[in-house]
Structures are given as structure tokens and as C-alpha cells.
Design a protein around this ligand. Structure first.
Ligand code: KG4
Ligand code: ZN
Length: 340
């Protein structure tokens, strides 16, 4: 297989981004994402609207990915797709499309777990980016998940900690909603936080055993704090927005880092990678860079385009399954809850 060109078309449709990518031997030739704006007015993803938008977007997105990669359909080696976890109506669009296309082209089909793909994004060939060595710890932080995973090989992963309720992205987005910031609020909290004082206000950190997380109490604490303060001064939020955002972000990053430190201590593994939408956050990125200097960790921080949902990460996971000839049957179905 050494001098063979392995061209993989990958499809991601688990939530509200319709994405397709083409990879040749693990290198990205194209990486296209159509983000659905329809959800903004509702302050969160509306599953039925997401599914309909995927149906509209999937053909043009795949056409674009193939055109940009300058690859003809007949030169594809396999089709990789996100099987789960995610919204069922959204997953069904990508799954059905991938199955039909692979069947039509008579090439193998490769199923990918979305959460594993967020981790394997670190294996995309990119100049200036080192790849982690096994074993390493991965913290996947997104709008739907918060996990600490021990990774001993490409597909040997063990979840050693996860959220018991809300995901960390929800803690950002729900706090933003309380502050009157538009959905998804995470990136805007990050933006305002850069100009605020992280120690201006103190929010409680949840007490959760082991390596697990809980964020539902945090959101309630933010809500009660704002209600109390705006009763005293109705303009409290406007006057203190940057400091509030900085304090919220500081607390959330503190919660994540406390658990990561614990995981490093318990496993003895000092290589740490992050992935998922919240890994775009400047606070967590800085905290990991600081950890390299302070504690001698080696940290892997993804390129921005591989933090939020994308198909390149599905493609790299698919490529490593292709190398193992690990193909899916055509009667495979999408799985909204898909553990690994
Ligand atoms: O991975 P992702 O695109 O989708 C899911 O699988 O959920 O993650 C989306 C989440 C949202 O909650 C969004 O607010 C958050 O990632 N996010 C951020 C930042 N950029 C995206 N949160 C904090 N700071 C950011 N810069
Ligand atoms: Zn994701």
C-alpha cells in the first residue's frame, strides 16, 4: 500500500454543520463546512431544522469538496462518515448519503465515532504541528460533550472522566444567554473576557468526585448572581460585561484544569491534547501553554479549523481505519448515543 494513493471522502453531519473533506494519504486536499445559521434566532440547535438544512447542503458541500480537491468520484478509495453520537435526524442524512455513494461507486464504507474523530484530528498532517505519541490524554470539550480520554492507540480509547449533566460548551452558551449574548455565546464570552478582570467576581466550582464534571449548578449560580446584582443595579450587566465574562471563563477553565491535573497525576501521562469547539477558547489554550512551562506537560492544541465540527477529522479517522481495512457493512445504521 506504500505508494498507493488512498483518497478518502469524509462526511460529517452530526449536529448543525454539514461538512465534507477529501484526504489523500492523510493529507487534507479540501475541507468544506456549511454552518447552519437558521438556529441562531432560536438560541440553540433545532433538530428538525438541522436535519432539513443537512438535506439541502449535503450535495453542494460534497461537490465543493471534490472540486476543490480536484478529485474525481471514480478516484475515491473509500467513504468515511460520522455514525454518531449526535442528533438522529442529522446523522441519518450523512449516513444514508455515505452508504448510497459508496454502494454506487462500489468502494468501502467506513464508520467513524465523532468523539474519537475530535481526538484523531491531531493526526492530520499539518506543517508546524506535532502529532501526539501514545499514550496520551485527550480532553474533548464541546457543546455536547466533556470527556477526559486515555488514548493508547488510534482506536484504543478509554473515557476516564465525563460530565454528569451539561457539557462545558453549554455552560458557556447558557451563561451567555443569561447575559443577553446571542447563541452560540462561547466565542463572544471569550472575546469580552480578553479585556476583563478574571478575578472581579467569584463563582463557585462544583464538587464532583473523581475525574467527572458537572456544569448544571454553575449555570444556576451565574443566574442567581445576575438576578441578585441586577435587582440592586439594573445596569449591572452592561457596566460589568467584560469582567463578568472574564470571571465566568476563568472559573470554567479552572474546573477543566483541576480535573486535567488530577488525570495527569492518576495516570502518570503528561502528554495532553484538547479537541472540540471549546478548545478554540483562548483561556484553555493559554492554560495548556502555561502547563508546559509550569509542570513539564507536552500539550497539543489544534488548529482553529479543526476545533469545531469538521469533516477533516472524520477523514483522518477514516484513513487510519482504511489502513487496518476496518470497513463497515452496508446495513449499518446511525447511532445517536455511540459510546466507544
Ligand atoms: O464541537 P462543536 O462545534 O459542536 C459540538 O459538537 O457541540 O462545539 C460547539 C461549542 C459551543 O458550545 C460553542 O459556544 C463552543 O463550542 N465554543 C467556544 C468557543 N468557540 C466555540 N466556547 C468558548 N470559547 C470559544 N472560543
Ligand atoms: Zn463535535
Amino acid at each position: 500500500m506504500a505508494d498507493q494513493k488512498i483518497n478518502i471522502l469524509s462526511i460529517e453531519s452530526s449536529c448543525d454543520d454539514t461538512a465534507a473533506a477529501v484526504l489523500c494519504n492523510g493529507k487534507i486536499l479540501s475541507n468544506i463546512v456549511a454552518t447552519q445559521e437558521v438556529h441562531q434566532q432560536y438560541g440553540g440547535v433545532v433538530p428538525e431544522l438541522a436535519s432539513r438544512a443537512h438535506q439541502q447542503n449535503i450535495v453542494p458541500v460534497i461537490h465543493q469538496a471534490l472540486a476543490k480537491a480536484n478529485i474525481d468520484k471514480k478516484d475515491l478509495s473509500a467513504i468515511a462518515f460520522t455514525r454518531g453520537p449526535g442528533l438522529m435526524g442529522s446523522l441519518l442524512v450523512g449516513t444514508s448519503f455515505a452508504k448510497s455513494l459508496a454502494m454506487g461507486l462500489n468502494i468501502p464504507l467506513i464508520e467513524v465515532n465523532h468523539m474519537q474523530a475530535h481526538i484523531l484530528a491531531h493526526f492530520i498532517e499539518e506543517e508546524g504541528f506535532d502529532k501526539p505519541e501514545f499514550p496520551f490524554l485527550a480532553m474533548t470539550i464541546s457543546g455536547g460533550h466533556t470527556q477526559i480520554v486515555k488514548v493508547t492507540d488510534y482506536f484504543k480509547m478509554e473515557v476516564i472522566g465525563e460530565t454528569l449533566d451539561d457539557a462545558v460548551g453549554e455552560a458557556f452558551d447558557k451563561s451567555a444567554k443569561i447575559l443577553g449574548i446571542a447563541y452560540p455565546g462561547g466565542p463572544l464570552i471569550d472575546k469580552y473576557a480578553r479585556e476583563g478582570d478574571p478575578k472581579a467576581f467569584k463563582f463557585p466550582k462544583p464538587k464532583v468526585d473523581g475525574l467527572n464534571f458537572s456544569f448544571s449548578g454553575f449555570k444556576t449560580a451565574v443566574l442567581y448572581f445576575m438576578q441578585r446584582e441586577t435587582k440592586k443595579d439594573p445596569e449591572f450587566i452592561e457596566k460589568n460585561l467584560k469582567d463578568i465574562c472574564a470571571s465566568i471563563q476563568y472559573t470554567i477553565i479552572g474546573i477543566l484544569m483541576d480535573k486535567l491535573k488530577k488525570a495527569v497525576k492518576e495516570t502518570g501521562i503528561t502528554q495532553v491534547a484538547i479537541g472540540g469547539g471549546v478548545s478554540a477558547n483562548s483561556g484553555i489554550r493559554q492554560a495548556l501553554r502555561d502547563a508546559e512551562g509550569k509542570w513539564g506537560w507536552k500539550c497539543y492544541i489544534p488548529k482553529f479549523e479543526y476545533t469545531t465540527d469538521n469533516a477533516a477529522m472524520i477523514g483522518i479517522a477514516g484513513y487510519h481505519k482504511y489502513l487496518k481495512q476496518d470497513f463497515a457493512d452496508f446495513d449499518i445504521t446511525a447511532q445517536s448515543r455511540y459510546k466507544f
